[in-house]
Ligand binder design. Sequence first.
Ligand code: B12
Ligand code: SF4
Length: 611
Amino acid sequence: MLQNTRQALRVGACRRDDNRAGGVLRASTSKRAFRVVLIKPSHYDHDGYVIQWWRSTLPSNSLASVYGLVEECARARTLGPDVEIEVEACDECNTIVDVAGVAKRIRASGGGMVGLIGVQSNQFPRALDLGRQFRAHGLPVVMGGFHISGSIAMLPELPSDLKEALDLGITLFAGEAEGRMAEVLRDVAAGQPKPIYNYLSDLPEMAAAVYPILPRQVVTRVAGHYSSFDAGRGCPFQCSFCTIINVQGRKSRYRTPDDVEAIVRANAAQGITRFFITDDNFARNRNWESILDRLIELRERQGFNIRLLLQVDTLCHRIPGFIEKSARAGCTAVFIGLENINPESLMGTKKRQNKIWEYRDMLLAWRGQKVMTYAGYILGFPTDTPDSIARDIEIIKKELPVDILEFFYLTPLPGSEDHKNLFMRGVPMDPDMNKYDLEHACTGHPLMSKETWIGVYADAWRRYYTDEHVETIMRRAIVSGINRTKVLDSLTIFSGAARIEGVHPLQFGFARRKLRTQRRYGMAVLHPLVFYPWRLFDFLKVSSRWLRLIWRYRRIMARVAKDPAARTYFDEALRPHTSPGETDHFVEVFADKIPHTHGAPVRPAAVVAAQ
Ligand code: B12
Ligand code: SF4
C-alpha cells in the first residue's frame, strides 16, 4: 500500500548535487502542488563549518517520523482533492543543503514550506541560520525538535534564542506531531501559521500512529543503509540529566507488533532491512517480546535479512529470553547507558536503576549471543576528579567485558531537570547552544576547573583506546565469536573520531565535507585563496592520521587472528560469576557507596566495622 501511495506522490531527497527528487511520478489529475521540504539540520564544528559527510553513520529517526506524517497528509489529500503535496527530505549530516535550489523548487511547485526537523539544542544555531536564509527567500519555515520542546516544557519563559526564531518569522512546534501535521500544513498553506504550536501536554498514543519511513535514496546516504523507527516513547525513570521524560513524558507508549511488521515490510519493499530501533530502552517496551517474535518470524521463516541496533538498559539481562530473542531477531549491536560505575554519581543524578554489581553479568549475556556492546560513559559527575575517572576507566578495561566505551560530558541539556535547576539558580551556563552536544563543558564543575575537565575528556579517549586495550578487545571478540570486522571497524571509528576529526563518534561519517560558503552566521566566509590551501592541508593531515590508525589496527587484528592462543583467551572480565552473592573486585571498591536497595551486595558486618 505504501509503495503504491509513493507512486502517487512526489518523493525525494533535497540534495544539492541531485535535484531529481527521485522516483518522481506526478498524478496527472492534480491542479496545484504544495512542496514540503524537510531538513534535519546538523551543527557547526569549532571553525564554524557545518559537520557533514559524504556518508553519515546513523540515521535520523526524527526525519523518518516527520516524513511519514507528511506523506500521510499527502495520501489523505489534506490540502484538498486538487492539491498534491510533494515531499522531499534530507539529513544535513550527509547532504549539502542548497538553500537557493530549495527555494526555486518550492516556487516552481507554486508554494510550500520548509520544515526544520528534530532540532536538538546543539543544532539550534545551525537551524536558525538555515531558517534565516529561507525566510530571506520569503518561505514559510516551521521548526520542531527537542530544543524547542525541552525549553518550552521546563523554562518559565521562552529563552532568547527561541524568541529570535519567532522574530525571524519561524514557526515553532513543541510536542509530538502525530495527528497534528494536517493542522500545521493547512495553516501554512492558508498563509496563517501560528507562531507556536504547543502540544506538550497532549501526547499522542503510539498504537496505530503513522510510522516513520524514508525513501530509499535518503536511507542509502547512511553507511550500511540503516533506517530507523521508535517502537516506544516515554520513560518512567527520573534521571536529572535527561530531557526525554520532560518531553515524551514518564508514561510509556508503544507501537504494536503489527505496526512494526508494517514498518519492516515497507522498508524491505525498497531493499532496506537494517534498523536502528531508537527506543531509549527497548527492554522496557511492554511489547518487546511480541515485536521480537514477529521479527524472528520474518527473519527465520520469511527470509527477511533483518539487522537491528538496539538501545537497552543495564537490567535487560534479568528479563528471561530478552537477550536471546534480540539476537535471533537480528540484533548485532546494543547501546547501553552504563553512564558511570561509581554508585555515588549514579545516585546523585537519580539513576538509581543502574546496579553496578550486575554490569558484568549483563555484558557477558550479550557476549554469549555474539552481540557487540557499546556503552556510554558520562564524565563530570559532582564527585568526579581526574584521578577517580582515570581509576574507573582502568577498572572497566580490566573487569568489564564491554567492547566500545564512548565518553560524554555531563551536560545540562535544555529540557532536563539539571538545566532547569541551574537556570533558576542563575548558575552560569555556556550561552552557545552549538556546544550542547555532550562534547563540551557547558557549566562549572565543583571539583575541576574547566581546563581540567576538558583534559579529562581528552584523556578518557586516550586511556581507553590504548593499543594494548584495543588488542584485548579484539582477543575477547575472537574468543566470543563476535564479528571481527565489525569490532575492528567500530574500534577504528570510536578511537579516531574524537581524536582525529574532533567530533564524537555518534556524529561521525565517512569523508568530511567543509563548504567554504556554509559558515556559521557572523563568521567571515574566507577568500578562496585562503580557504582552499587551508582545507587541503587539513584534509591531508586528517587523512594521514586515519590511514596510520587503520593500518595499525588492521595489523593488530591480523596478529591476534593468527595467534592460536586467541581461541582460548581468557581474562578477569570474561569470568562469569559462579556463586550467588559473589562480587567483582570493582564492586568492592565502591562497596561503601552502594545504597542498601533490594539486591545490592551486603558487606559483612566485620568488614564494615573494621573501617
Ligand atoms: C535516536 C537518537 C539519536 C540518533 C538519531 C538522531 C535523531 N534525532 O533521530 C543519533 C545517534 C544520531 C543521535 C545523536 C545525538 N543525540 Co540523540 N537521540 C536519539 C533519541 C534516542 C531518539 C530520537 C527520536 O527519534 N525521537 C522520536 C522523534 C519522533 O521525536 P522528535 O525528534 O522530538 O520529533 C517529534 C517532534 O519533536 C516533532 N517534530 C520534530 N521536528 C519537527 C519539525 C516540524 C516541522 C514539525 C511540525 C514537528 C516536528 O514531531 C516529531 C514526531 O512526533 C533521542 C531521545 C528521544 N527519546 O527522543 C535522543 C536525543 C534527541 N539526542 C540527544 C543528543 C544530545 C544527541 C547528541 C548531541 C549526543 C548524543 N550522544 O546522543 C547526538 C547529536 C548528533 C546528531 N548528528 O544528531 C538529546 C537531545 C537533547 C537536547 N536538548 O538537545 C536527546 C533528547 C537524548 C538526551 N540525551 O536527552 N541521537
Ligand atoms: S536517561 Fe534513560 S533511564 Fe534515565 S530518565 Fe532518561 S530515558 Fe529514562
